[in-house]
Design a binder for this molecule. Structure first.
Ligand code: GDP
Length: 424
């Protein structure tokens, strides 16, 4: 039996959802272990096109059990809306194929509100939050000022707990931000409309996973965002508020004793980044616009145009190291087919010296990209299904990246559809 984590190597949006959707064929259980509804996985399969935010990407495969682990930001409102959306397209979601950890902390109504108020206060110094309440949620979780999903089974105690938290949060809302306070009626409405809907899915997922492991089931851990957005190893403070790394998967899933056998790191054939923060390899002007258009680089959650650039070897090598990736899935290679010459950021120039080490976050703003150009292949490669189907120039591009980042590229994705893949 094998456990596998699918993680992002870069800034997120690498195509993890697409890879989970493909690889779930070999897995019995898919677990989301961190983050919340603040990012989106786009999945295209025979059931249609879906933008998933919280639901694990194994939800489309019959027989696969999907778990929202204790490490996620469990937002009852967003999850219920997403479930309704996906179910409306004919996908079955029941307590048999979706299970929510009773130890997952709940994202409370004021978290979204706090996120918005703080971004507004920061004005031009904003972090570029998706305003889904993720940062306020995780700060409260670590302050022990939120509630666990399992508390829904103790309604009387839960109301007392929520009233205490509300009293505390209202102090910040009214005195710091001059915003309106919450009332217990509002909280009861939230409990009634959203929490009651997700309650049937809440259970002891840790016990389920332990049993699944004992029975030799294959477990897939699905991450959100990427190495460079990891709270501890990313471009702090322009990171997310959770750990996006494979090493966190056992903890955030509810299976702390497990060892992960394979870590598939997803790398895009070029770079994209949503929101604020240093992005050394960024392209601008027409060149950027053309790449953005060809790759359809607009956020799945917000629709924001993504910042784009050539593949960044320095950041990618660091991302591979942070994730301890054992194999790489290189996605969106087909997008580069229009280019005569393909730029690659091979090094950074920092304080007049060339470096291949990813710098400390504060130094990133002074780093400049060193660009090398590769021959383009200038033909449609979306029909490639084997290594030999790829033109020589595309093979050379892939093998160059592989050598530079020090990890085998096992999958090359040439289109968003499930079968648009070359497996080496
Ligand atoms: P995730 O959050 O890492 O799953 O990534 P996103 O879903 O935000 O972004 C990846 C986007 O690229 C989605 O729209 C996918 O459908 C699309 N995609 C994934 N792999 C490929 C590929 O190989 N080629 C093309 N053209 N699109 C791809």
């Amino acid at each position: 039996m094998a456990n596998c984590a699918i993680v992002g190597i870069n800034w997120g949006d690498e195509g993890k959802g697409r890879m989970v959707d493909l690889l779930t064929e070999d897995y019995d259980v898919v677990v989301r272990f961190q983050g919340g509804g603040n990012a989106g996985h786009t999945v295209i399969n025979e059931k249609g096109k879906f933008a998933l935010h919280l639901l694990p990407s194994g939800i489309f495969r019959s027989g696969v059990v999907n778990i929202l682990g204790n490490g996620i930001a469990m937002d009852p409102e967003n999850l219920w809306m997403e479930m309704q959306d996906v179910m409306a397209k004919g996908v079955e979601i029941t307590p048999d194929n979706l299970k929510i950890s009773d130890r997952a902390s709940l994202l409370l109504p004021w978290h979204r509100n706090m996120d918005e108020l703080e971004e507004k206060r920061l004005a031009d110094k904003k972090y570029g939050s998706t305003k889904q309440g993720i940062a306020p949620f995780y700060s409260d979780k670590y302050q022990k000022k939120t509630v666990l999903a399992g508390e829904l089974f103790y309604p009387e105690e839960l109301k007392v707990h929520l009233a205490d938290l509300m009293e505390w949060k209202n102090l910040t809302l009214t005195k710091v931000y001059g915003a309106k306070p919450y009332t217990m009626e509002m909280i009861e409405e939230w409990l009634e409309i959203y929490c009651e809907k997700i309650k049937p899915y809440v259970c002891d997922t840790g016990a389920f996973l332990k049993e699944a492991q004992a029975n030799g089931k294959n477990i897939l851990f699905e991450a959100q965002l990427g190495s460079l957005r990891d709270l501890d190893y990313g471009i702090y403070p322009y990171t997310t508020s959770s750990n996006t790394t494979a090493a966190y998967a056992p903890i955030g899933s509810g299976l702390p004793s497990t060892k992960i056998d394979d870590v598939v790191g997803v790398v895009k054939a070029y770079s994209t980044c949503v929101g604020e923060g240093p992005f050394v390899c960024e392209m601008f002007g027409d060149e950027a616009e053309e790449l953005r258009k060809n790759g359809f680089e607009y956020g799945a959650k917000t629709g924001r145009p993504r910042r784009v650039g050539p593949i960044d070897i320095v950041a990618t090598r660091y991302g591979v190291e942070v994730q301890a990736a054992t194999a790489i899935a290189l996605t969106k290679l087909d997008v580069l087919s229009y280019m005569d010459k393909i730029p690659v950021c091979t090094h950074y120039l920092l304080n007049g010296e060339q470096t291949d080490r990813f710098p400390f976050p504060s130094a990133l703003k002074n780093a400049k990209p060193v660009i090398e150009y590769f021959d383009g292949w200038k033909c449609d490669i979306s029909g490639a299904r084997s290594w030999d189907d790829l033109p020589k120039a595309a093979q050379e591009y892939v093998t160059f990246i592989e050598k530079q980042i020090g990890c085998p590229i096992k999958y090359v994705s040439v289109g968003p559809e499930r079968d648009s893949i070359v497996i080496r």
